[in-house]
Write a protein that binds this ligand. Structure first.
Ligand code: FCB
Length: 469
């Protein structure tokens, strides 16, 4: 081992009990879309709509995790993970989104959770990672308030069946994406471009979160947000206003609701349409106490409000509108950092910023980084993938986690996105985020160099822990 490596490893020493994880989501990995009674989700419909997914890809087979979960858990165990975050496909549990429960769906996740626990890996279950049952979209989707109540019923069902098998439940993954990419820009399913309905949908996603927390009240439960560091391009009044708006819609709209039980006034003023969908008592429900906040972090936005600004390189791969409801004029400019294959700027300082900000501005709440990672164009080189850029990305962001902890942030874990290469939404199979490479033809798994590095960091840290943890 070189001295530099030793220093790195010493620098990445985390408190005992820190959760060392990786994350995935159901639609992106499972495949088996019409097996064992699974119903149709909005992503099945969306991927069949011409022009919505790059190269017309779909996730009918994805990476076949539904059939290969044992092999995948064995890989996690080899890497030494102590936690794994996965999501449940709602249409596997309730094929039409309400009413009748499909036992075979529940059984799959029970088997998965038990396989994980058998290898000493804590199952972190996300209830909703964007695959809404199509039957509920046919009733109006998230802009329809009833869907939030259906979600609470679904949450109660999953919780009842799996509460003794799961370490932590979380509700809605990245409600910002579900609302604004699904109903404003149309980049994601169901692909609607209805800005006012996107705001309505965002509120109902928050309400769904709160109702679900109440429905599962006895267990460890969390909410998940995707946070960005937001910087004005200059200190002009226009750019400062742009930063306020984007921070408001991306971060504060969700953080304030979940952690303070209110919406930021300025954001309600920025958005179009009448705010007639917040009913008495809603905010208290949304503010239901949670045990942990799951923070997904990828990048920083540098924004400008000046007329005629350019959108960043990180534009959508398909024809879509703006997700920035009421702030469509804002442009996203380069902050001068290198970018990943997604065109997302690499800025680990932003992770320190968002974590310390939550700790400083909100009531005390334990946190985990529940997604963080990068797509790069991997090259297979004699049976190995030397993905140094991904390793450097993870290393830098783990360093940021360490810095946040030293600054007093109650950060309890880190989940790399993603465990394996998978179906990256509108990008189809065109972007690889995995620590583990997947050959999409043969489904062969291959551990990348970044995974070996991560595994070594985990081992160094876990060496000091009691073995029964
Ligand atoms: C997040 C999503 C996840 C994956 C990563 C790259 O926004 O939660 O499913 O697409 O981005």
């Amino acid at each position: 081992m070189t001295t530099q490596e030793e220093q790195t490893r010493a620098g990445l020493r985390f408190p005992a009990g820190f959760a060392w994880g990786a994350a995935t989501s159901a639609y992106q990995i499972e495949g088996a879309v019409d097996e064992d009674g699974r119903g149709v989700s909005i992503w099945d419909t969306f991927t069949r709509t011409p022009g919505r997914i790059l190269n017309g890809h779909n996730a009918d087979v994805a990476i076949d995790h539904y059939h290969r979960y044992r092999e995948d858990v064995a890989i996690m165990a080899d890497l030494g993970l102590s936690a794994y975050r996965f999501s449940v496909s709602w249409p596997r549990i309730q094929p039409t989104g309400s009413g009748k429960v499909n036992q075979k769906g529940l059984d799959f996740y029970k088997r998965l959770a038990d396989e994980l626990r058998g290898h000493g890996i804590d199952p972190w279950l996300t209830l909703y990672h964007w695959d809404l049952p199509q039957a509920l979209e046919d009733k109006g989707g998230w802009p329809n308030r009833d869907v939030a109540y259906c979600f609470a019923d679904y949450a109660a069902t999953v919780h009842e069946a799996l509460k003794d098998h799961v370490h932590t439940f979380s509700t809605v993954n990245e409600p910002w994406c579900a609302a604004f990419l699904g109903y404003a820009s149309g980049e994601h399913a169901p692909g609607r471009r209805e800005p006012e309905n996107a705001i309505r949908g965002a509120h109902h996603l928050n309400l769904a979160h709160g109702l679900a927390v109440q429905a599962m009240d006895a267990r460890r439960v969390g909410g998940c947000v995707n946070l960005y560091a937001v910087t004005p391009a200059t200190d002009s009044a226009e750019d400062l206003d742009a930063a306020r708006r984007i921070d408001g819609l991306q971060n504060r709209f969700f953080l304030d609701a979940l952690l303070l039980g209110r919406y930021p006034e300025d954001v309600l003023e920025d958005v179009p349409g009448e705010i007639d969908f917040i009913q008495p008592g809603d905010m208290k429900i949304i503010n239901a106490p949670i045990d942990v906040l799951l923070v997904n972090y990828y990048s920083r936005f540098t924004v400008s409000g000046a007329p005629g600004g350019r959108q960043s390189a990180a534009a959508a791969p398909t024809d879509s509108g703006s997700p920035w409801v009421g702030s469509e004029h804002v442009s996203f400019v380069s902050g001068g950092q290198p970018v990943t294959a997604m065109g997302w700027e690499i800025d680990e300082g932003g992770l320190v910023e968002v974590l310390t900000r939550v700790a400083r501005e909100y009531p005390p709440i334990p946190m985990v980084v529940s997604e963080n990672g990068a797509a790069f164009d991997d090259v297979l080189d004699d049976g190995r993938i030397h993905d140094d850029e991904r390793r450097a990305y993870v290393e830098a962001h783990l360093g940021a986690c360490k810095q946040a902890i030293e600054a007093g942030v109650p950060l309890e874990g880190y989940f790399a996105w993603s465990l394996m290469d998978n179906f990256e939404w509108a990008w189809g199979y065109g972007k690889r985020f995995g620590l583990v490479h997947v050959d999409f033809e043969t489904q062969e798994r291959l551990v990348k160099d970044s995974a070996l590095w991560y595994s070594e960091i985990i081992r160094q840290n876990r060496r000091h822990e009691p073995t029964d943890s």
